[in-house]
Ligand binder design. Structure first.
Ligand code: NAI
Length: 350
């Protein structure tokens, strides 16, 4: 059903506040989730609310985190979130990184000991709108078979890059290092759809189409995707002194415990390289040149990364709201904190 943007955001925020999160953190979290939903990233939007609400209610997200910030050099710093809600700390860490980049050309901030930080494109868009490039990445719970292995070891470890242009476009490349994000499995479950047999495997490592049978995901591009997800885990985990690899906490196990996740922002100020105006102008030209490339078979045009999400956002604006599945709206408008408990189930249990 179609739900107006502000109604959806308010419903999500209200759940988080009812579970014990501060108004400020609930507001920021609901905004990022709404941002995701209206770009078609439902897997990182309203689909997650029930799970977050349960984790907040059970104390696995700190309600009043005693966070700390330490600037460790002119261009580096560590933000410790005391296992508070991930979104507000990813935003706060980016603000520090952007400030250092404006002052010194580059800003690298490790955001450590936080909960899930969602769709990374929110942060890359935020940087691009501030005339900055951002490379950002974070850990995710082990659910991907390493190349040549038979057991999950790494997470879907997403990585994203954003850059401004001279017009209202911006590049927003944002991907999980798996063929599909785990959220897309959640999407398929909530919509009752099957999945392509190239996304995931069952307990025996066999490809599956039933999202309820999924035991592990598969990295993109074989050993290359495996190496990329390892790099993300090193830079957003080992580098920040939090658990890494198979020791990263599970999203759906013990919702009363903090997750200790890591997230790294690397902000670059184009003004210190080609010059801001020259960079932005050149970026616009590159996007124009890409748009002029002759489409291949089964493609209507060549899109730049992030373009299709903006088209989906424009469609939501035109429709006057965001299309979500009825059962989620029923939950959001109910007086229950959560209906389906995830606690102590592994991530693949229903
Ligand atoms: P996706 O596969 O939908 O898109 C990946 C990238 O490809 C995007 O930049 C998109 O703009 C681009 N793209 C897609 N189709 C295109 C086309 N036809 N032409 C040009 N570019 C195209 O993204 P994925 O991997 O499913 O990730 C979804 C979201 O999940 C992301 O926002 C990611 O950050 C988030 N995520 C978050 C995790 C976390 O723990 N915080 C873990 C995993 C994913």
């Amino acid at each position: 059903m179609l739900v107006a943007r502000e109604e959806l955001k308010t419903l999500m925020k209200n759940k988080f506040v009812a579970a014990g999160l501060s108004e400020e953190h609930a507001e920021q979290t609901a905004e990022v989730l709404t941002w995701s939903s209206e770009r078609g990233l439902h897997s990182h939007g309203e689909v997650r609310v029930e799970y977050y609400t349960e984790r907040i209610a059970k104390g696995g997200i700190t309600h009043d985190p005693q966070w700390t910030w330490e600037q460790t050099g002119p261009c580096s710093g560590m933000l410790d979130g005391d296992n508070g809600c991930g979104y507000p700390f990813a935003i706060k860490g980016l603000e520090y990184a952007m400030q250092m980049a404006k002052e010194n050309g580059i800003g690298v901030v490790g955001v450590r000991r936080v909960s899930h930080t969602g769709a990374l494109g929110y942060y890359t868009e935020m940087a691009a709108k501030n005339d900055l490039c951002l490379l950002t990445m974070c850990q995710s719970d082990p659910m991907v078979i390493p190349y040549g292995g038979a057991e999950p070891f790494y997470g879907t470890n997403p990585i994203a890059f954003g850059a401004p242009t001279a017009d209202d476009r911006f590049v927003n490349f944002d991907m999980a290092t798996t063929v599909q994000a785990w959220g897309k499995i959640l999407d398929a479950k909530s919509a009752g759809r099957s999945i392509p047999d190239t996304w995931a495997v069952d307990v025996d490592g066999r490809p599956v189409t039933d999202p309820h049978m999924v035991n592990a995901l598969v990295a993109i591009a074989g050993p290359k995707g495996y190496g990329l997800m390892m790099m993300v885990d090193i830079l957003s985990g080992v580098l920040l002194g939090v658990p890494a690899g198979k020791n990263v906490s599970s999203m759906y196990h013990d919702l009363s415990e903090g997750r200790d996740l890591g997230h790294l922002h690397i902000v670059i100020d184009p003004a210190r390289f080609a010059g801001l105006d020259a960079f932005k102008q050149h970026m616009s030209e590159v996007l124009d040149e890409l748009s002029a490339v002759k489409p291949g078979p089964n493609a209507d045009k060549v899109y730049y990364p992030g373009e299709r999400a903006l088209i989906r956002k424009a469609a939501c604006d035109a429709a006057g709201g965001i299309e979500i599945v009825d059962s989620i709206y029923d939950y959001l408008t109910s007086d229950k904190l959560y209906i389906n408990s995830w606690d102590h189930k592994n991530r693949f249990a229903e």
